[in-house]
Write a protein that binds this ligand. Sequence first.
Ligand code: PLP
Length: 360
Amino acid sequence: MREALVDVGAIARNVEALRNGENAMVIVKANGYGHGAVESARAALEGGASWLGVVDLDEALELRNAGITAPVLAWIHDPATDFAEAVSRDIDLGVNYVGQLEQIAASEGRANVQVKLDTGLGRNGVPEGEWQAFFARAAAMEADGSIRVRGLFSHLSSAGSAVDQQHLARFSSAIEQARAAGLDPEHIHLTATGGTLQLPAGHFTMVRIGIGAYGLTPFEQGETVPVPLTPAMQVSASVVNVKRVAAGAGLSYGHTYVAERDTTVALVPLGYFDGMPRHASNAAPVSINGETYRVSGRIAMDQFIVDVGDASVAVGDRAIVFGDPADGVPTANDWAAAADTINYEIVTRIGPRVVRRYER
Ligand SMILES: *Cc1c(COP(=O)(O)O)cnc(C)c1O
């Protein structure tokens, strides 16, 4: 009834277009941005990705347990993480501070690490003032065989802005300092989707592609992208009730919507638990039988209502919440705009009650 139809062929093509012949790590964290981690990972590999990126060891193990053997990097670690398991399952560890490096080096086996550098995002990663000492310690550990430093990476704070140049200069200085300390990282990566499209000087040995793989971009709506991207997810549900209501009838909680005339209303069984933001009440578009309407009244936990006027809509008709605009349906960007958020939040929050179905 509730369905997120994921076009894995679109993911493969998006990856292929975005990496444009370069090495790419495709990010499948957060259940593949809501699209399904394993299926998205397989599609990304089909599109030529050479690495997969996830947040933590649990997400990495989900890929390994599904039989995916491609290189995987995970970069946020609870202090209770069993780093020996990462080593035994061949998962690279992003390392963010010296205590974490010590913990990883002390665990069983020789871990492959990639050093996360804070070049100005101010989030995770080793801060600039500690780079030299960190690299020296890492080089000593590499010499004693407890780790191998396979990579250096960082993340931009606002790709496409003047701030990129500061990140780039700091990152380049980090690379020099690492080499001066005796490290020889083979993977050097900085850009996510935004920087991959807008900062060619930041590509180094690999680009990291997240939202773009799923056919969306981090840019403001309307901004054109130099590569063709196809949104991979279409969310829909069957209309479960249709009724005529009289002019003046209030709809849903708080009666924030009042029918202006006698009209037909359709009930769609998707609510905020399913990822339809309540903030999009009375604003977000919905397509039914090829016509686009608006959510009418408040979005509730399990359902929302659509005033379809005098259109003939029946129980069982499909209400498409968002998908590929080439199909004439609303987009995740439209929903993001209606809820004053970003498309990332729209696709990642599609709830567990919405059944993922895969097609190509
Ligand atoms: C999520 C994430 C990405 C992907 O970002 P997009 O904007 O979705 O392409 C890349 N790198 C890191 C470190 C991330 O956390």
